[in-house]
Design a binder for this molecule. Sequence first.
Ligand SMILES: Cc1cc2nc3c(=O)[nH]c(=O)nc-3n(C[C@H](O)[C@H](O)[C@H](O)COP(=O)(O)OP(=O)(O)OC[C@H]3O[C@@H](n4cnc5c(N)ncnc54)[C@H](O)[C@@H]3O)c2cc1C
Length: 375
Amino acid sequence: MSVVRNVLVIGGGFSGSCAAIELRKAGIDVDLVEIDPGWRSYGAGITLNGATLRALGEVGVLPEIVAEGGCSDGVEIYTADGHKLTELPTSRLAGPDVPGGGGIMRPVLAKILSEATRRSGTQVRLGCQATSVDQRDEQVQVAFSDAARASYDLVVAADGARSGMREKLFPTAPKPVYTGQGVWRAVIPRPREVQKAAFFMAPRLKAGVVPVSHTSMYLFITEDRPTNAHVREDELLPQLRALLDQFTAPIPLYVRSVLNADSHIVFRPLESLLLPAPWYQGRVVLIGDAAHASTPHLAAGAGMGIEDSVVLAQELKNASSLEQALASFQRRRWPRCRLVVENSVRLGEIEQTGGSKEEHANIMRESMIAMAAPF
Ligand SMILES: Cc1cc2nc3c(=O)[nH]c(=O)nc-3n(C[C@H](O)[C@H](O)[C@H](O)COP(=O)(O)OP(=O)(O)OC[C@H]3O[C@@H](n4cnc5c(N)ncnc54)[C@H](O)[C@@H]3O)c2cc1C
């Protein structure tokens, strides 16, 4: 028996979808509201590290991810001109038969999770948001934009890095901060020689390709930029090509040759946020990017939100009171999420200042070991 009977999840991103699925498994009635009427996911591919695959295994969607994504073991590291420096091992955290890492198109992952959410018995309302959230009488009274009203034992806010619920609950909380780097991404056909993730290191630029299916891969380039200014649509292709000019290894050269005016190119300035604990107030709790949004240096942001969902449902099921469940959730999640946010920021700082490669490698290693530990 859980300490709550019914829950409202605000936001149907990766964190909110997984929360709904996990809460339903704990026997809790779940309503989920998602502001986007099309429940779409934007952007290119996403890297799923071993810990993220393990968390998705807990949620129960691993077979679909392995079938539709591009999973493999290890990450190859090259110089910009194609000299192989090393291959980093990736532990098989999701089980002996599941590779240690991989990638998938964001819309594909979102579809897998939205279908699993609906199958779980969650009542989903799209194009809908909470217009007032009022905590009283051991309940949360919620009014919605579709004129509905309902009361809940708990509200889970998974409404992302620009969370409106965070603003409401913690008006003085820090906001996402620009970290001085931006990431370029594009999806391209995958040549046969790309069997696993491969990174290419130029003096002040990092590029990589990650398989996201049997036939495609995504390119990323992390670039230092003094401001978080928007890049005009007509500038995306020439600027990305100019960055690729710094790489002469065969794979980046191939990528440059296939990019064209129809390529779907995304540029995103990087931001970071760590909400100080506690991430809850009364009967409202924040999870995922709403509480901890990290830059992609450890490719772990989505994984941390998915882990939040699993841990929250476990605590609600096992604790003897809601207060105890939320305190225990916070205790378990704080060290891991803080490590991912802070170490990701530090990796970006080292890259921008041309700092110690040894410190960079040590932080990567320490982070991989910490993320591999049970959560
Ligand atoms: C450039 C970049 C690259 C990244 N690469 C990786 C990677 O390779 N691997 C990785 O693990 N992580 C990566 N991340 C991090 C990852 O994308 C995020 O951590 C993850 O998507 C957060 O999921 P979320 O569900 O918490 O939030 P979001 O994805 O932001 O979802 C929030 C949802 O809430 C909805 N919403 C918002 N407001 C309301 C409202 N008022 N009412 C109802 N619904 C609302 C939104 O429409 C959205 O669907 C990357 C991030 C960036 C910026």
